[in-house]
Design a protein around this ligand. Structure first.
Ligand code: HEM
Length: 118
């Protein structure tokens, strides 16, 4: 589950850059298609995140912050892509995305016990 979770958010990060660059070049159609794939990928992140969460019997504050940061990162990715498509400013959402993703990754790899790193 942890491997799939990591693969899924790595794919989301890559698709974020691919989708926004298609939208910026005015290539709406491939942008839209990859955006839909990105949205399916959110579901994989969510599904794997929830099933990791269900392996816990003691829910700590760090775990709750990790989950909220993960959800916040996904929301930011969606806001960045939608706003890029509409030619609206995205800087604030990029900042939120970086903060949320860093919190999720640091807590996930560094602090919380499940997963691939010892
Ligand atoms: C883009 C968003 C996300 C990123 C970058 C992210 C990142 C990570 C990372 C780096 C790990 C540690 C994996 C490991 O140690 O092998 C992890 C684990 C986990 N993630 Fe996420 N995640 C995201 C979204 C989510 C969401 C939306 C949820 C909940 C619905 C979630 C719930 C969890 C849980 C419960 C774990 C297990 C914690 C542990 O290591 O003990 N994540 N995530």
């Amino acid at each position: 589950m942890a491997h799939l979770h990591i693969t899924a958010w790595l794919i989301a990060f890559i698709l974020l850059f691919v989708v926004t660059s298609f939208y910026k070049q005015g290539k709406a159609k491939p942008g839209k298609i990859l955006h839909m794939i990105l949205r399916l990928d959110y579901l994989i992140i969510l599904f794997t995140g929830i099933s990791l969460f269900l392996q816990y019997s003691n829910i700590s504050g760090e775990l709750i912050i990790k989950v909220l940061a993960g959800l916040w990162a996904i929301a930011s990715i969606e806001m960045i892509t939608v706003k890029t498509n509409k030619d609206k400013p995205t800087k604030a959402w990029w900042i939120q995305f970086v903060i949320a993703a860093v919190i999720a990754i640091v807590l996930g790899f560094g602090r919380l016990p499940l997963g691939v790193l010892p």
